[in-house]
Structures are given as structure tokens and as C-alpha cells.
Write a protein that binds this ligand. Structure first.
Ligand SMILES: NC(=O)c1ccc[n+]([C@@H]2O[C@H](COP(=O)([O-])OP(=O)(O)OC[C@H]3O[C@@H](n4cnc5c(N)ncnc54)[C@H](OP(=O)(O)O)[C@@H]3O)[C@@H](O)[C@H]2O)c1
Length: 334
């Protein structure tokens, strides 16, 4: 089969197309999937570059989010038939994370464990389903399960134009929140408003916390006046302390990552003075993914997809993520 293989850590030139990669053969409890779509995430950039503390067994086929059709069943698999449409849960309890610890979806075929299969509703496309697990699954858990966002909350989403960010915007609007988006260009802010955002701040040009003070007032330490209820911050770096400053007394900071740096200088005074709640989220459950597919099926959600690339164009698909040229999700359809 054809597959995009990460040969060693480094730049995008370490992703190499192999036109004669061995076809996967299903063992006990395994299923071969004909890949319909694979979405890419910022996580794949970290996998290619190499992450401190995570040892990736290269060479490996990257790509965490896979949707496709059952092509071949291994011994002992029951309840599934050739041709069934499935979304893959990237977390495999035995093998680890798909496209990192074992071969992922940037290939014509993918070897799944039976436990990874989630049945897809007929009217959800492979591209829509593949957009979900890592970005939307985590956003669903962060906003609802852990974040407990509710109608009337003022919610600011930083990095709102990316995979996790667009989902946070959609879910916050669905919950009846007032949504403020942060992005690096007016064009992205315009598109986020089309998704439902109430207003936006270009944080390259303006200090977002000052724009929030101007609109809602500065947070007051003895009352609950000023500031926003929720800051969604998976950027880290120098956005961390301004995010603490922008929260009202009792406000929540939701995080699931740190694209711009995981060890920023912090200021603990804001946490106690304003009784802030810092809530982390990591990954998703199968229920998160099923809820999201149901939202697509009944028309409440349609994940914005920036572009669908061919397998040969996977390197370029990852470059646009790294260079912040993306709005929503990037899909590779082998
Ligand atoms: N813990 C988990 O389970 C989990 C799951 C999913 C994602 N994550 C993490 O969440 C973060 C977002 O993931 P994603 O897939 O949504 O990424 P993405 O699609 O690339 O979006 C990230 C957005 O952040 C903004 N950004 C701000 N500073 C940036 C910088 N220095 N470099 C790149 N982008 C920057 C960009 O928008 P502007 O150009 O408009 O600023 C970009 O669109 C990543 O750190 C990822 O590792 C964690």
C-alpha cells in the first residue's frame, strides 16, 4: 500500500512517501480499515519534531484521526462486517496512541484493534467523522464535562481558528454563551463570526486582556464585577498570565495544551485573589465522540474543514498547520 512514513524526528522532509509499504494483516481481535479520511492535528507537528519525554518508535506512519470502511476481519472479531463505516478511537488501551506509538492513518489501510471501532451514522461523512476525535473530542470534554460552561457565560477562546478552537466556539454558542474569539488575523475573526462568535480580538495587534477590560470592566477582587467567566487557553506561553488577569472572581481557565510553550512564567496572586479555577482536560471518551457524531447527524454541527489533501500532499497539509494558515480542520483523503 501507499503510506506516508515518518523516518526520524526533524523537519517535514522526514515524512517520506513509501509506495510499497507492506499491507497490514489482521491478527487476533484486529480489523483492517480502508482509510476514507484522516485528519491532522497540531499534535502531529509535535510527533514529527519530537516531544520531550515521549519516545516515538520511528519509523512510523503518523495520523491520529481515522475514519473508513472495514476491509478485512481478523480471527475472533464479532459484530462487524466488511463494508461497515467506522470512526477509530485513536486511544488503543494496549498499543497506546494511534499514529504515534503505532502506525496511523496517513496510508491506504490502517490496522485497528476491534475495541477502537465506533459505528458511524450513515449521514456523517468520513471527513466529518475524522475531524472529530483529538480536537473535537477533547474540546467537548473540556467545555462540558470539565468546564461546565453554561448559558450566559462570557467565554473567550484563544487560538479559536484551529481544530480545538473552532469546536470550542461551536459548543459555547450551542450552550448559549457570549463568545469572544482570539485570532491572529481579521480574516480569521470574520470567519469565526460566521461560525457564531459574538466578537473578536486580533491578539497580534492588541493586548486581549485590555480589550476585555474595556468591554466588561476590570475584574474586581471584592465583587463579581468585571472580567469574563471562562478563558479557554491551550496556547500557553505569554498568553498565560494575561488570561489569569482577564478572569472575573471565581472564573475558570480551561486548558488542554500549550502550543506556544508549556512552562510560562506565572503569577499565583491572581489565582487566590480572584478565586480562579484552573481546569485541565486530556483526551476524550467514546461518549464524547458519539455525542459529536449525533450533533453532525441532526444538523447542529458541521466541523469547518479548511481543505482536503491527497496522501502525497500530507507534508503540505502539516506545513499549513505549523505555519498557522489553517481555519478549522485539515483532512487527508488517501
Ligand atoms: N490534551 C489533549 O488531549 C489535546 C487534544 C487536542 C489538542 N491539544 C493541544 O491543543 C492545542 C491546539 O491543537 P489544534 O490541533 O487545535 O491546533 P491547530 O489546529 O493548529 O490550532 C491552534 C491555533 O492556535 C493559534 N496559535 C497561537 N499561538 C500559536 C503558535 N505559537 N503556534 C501555532 N499556533 C498558534 C493558531 O491560530 P492563530 O494563528 O489565529 O493564533 C492556531 O490556529 C495544541 O497545543 C495541541 O497539542 C491537546
Amino acid at each position: 500500500m501507499r503510506a506516508m512514513v515518518l523516518t526520524e524526528h526533524g523537519g517535514l522532509d522526514k515524512l517520506v512517501m513509501d509506495a510499497n509499504y507492506p499491507d497490514p494483516k489482521p491478527g487476533e481481535g484486529q480489523v483492517v480499515i480502508k482509510v476514507g479520511a484522516c485528519s491532522l492535528n497540531y499534535h502531529d507537528v509535535f510527533t514529527v519534531r519530537g516531544m520531550p519525554g515521549i519516545k516515538v518508535p520511528v519509523p512510523v506512519i503518523i495520523g491520529l484521526d481515522v475514519a473508513g470502511e472495514v476491509a478485512e476481519l481478523g480471527p475472533g472479531v464479532s459484530g462487524w462486517s466488511v463494508g461497515d463505516r467506522v470512526l477509530i478511537n485513536p486511544i488503543d488501551q494496549k498499543r497506546g496512541l494511534t499514529g504515534e506509538m503505532f502506525n496511523g492513518g496517513l496510508a491506504e489501510y490502517f490496522l485497528a484493534s476491534e475495541e477502537q471501532l465506533i459505528r458511524m451514522p450513515e449521514d456523517v461523512s468520513f471527513a466529518q467523522a475524522a475531524a472529530l476525535p483529538v480536537a473535537y473530542g477533547t474540546a467537548h470534554r473540556m467545555m462540558f464535562t470539565n468546564g461546565g460552561i453554561k448559558a450566559g457565560d462570557k467565554v473567550m477562546v484563544l487560538g479559536a481558528s484551529g481544530g480545538v478552537g473552532t469546536c470550542c466556539v461551536i459548543l459555547a454558542k450551542m450552550a448559549g454563551c457570549e463568545v469572544i474569539v482570539g485570532a491572529s488575523s481579521e480574516e480569521k475573526i470574520g470567519r469565526l463570526k460566521e461560525l457564531g462568535a459574538d466578537w473578536g480580538i486580533n491578539y497580534i495587534e492588541k493586548a486581549f486582556e485590555k480589550e476585555l477590560f474595556a468591554k466588561y470592566g476590570k475584574p474586581h477582587r471584592r465583587s463579581f464585577d468585571g472580567g469574563v467567566d471562562v478563558m479557554v487557553n491551550f496556547t500557553g506561553g505569554d498568553t498565560w498570565v494575561p488570561s489569569l488577569k482577564a478572569l472575573k472572581r471565581g472564573g475558570k481557565l480551561l486548558t488542554c495544551g500549550a502550543t506556544a510553550g508549556y512552562d510560562p512564567k506565572t503569577d499565583i496572586r491572581y489565582i487566590w485573589t480572584f478565586e480562579l479555577k484552573l481546569l485541565g482536560s486530556n483526551s476524550w471518551t467514546v461518549e464524547d465522540l458519539e455525542s459529536l457524531m449525533a450533533m453532525i447527524q441532526d444538523g447542529r454541527m458541521d466541523p469547518p474543514i479548511d481543505r482536503i489533501y491527497s496522501l502525497d500532499e500530507s507534508g503540505e497539509a502539516l506545513r499549513v498547520i505549523e505555519d498557522r494558515e489553517v481555519f478549522g480542520k485539515v483532512i487527508v483523503a488517501p
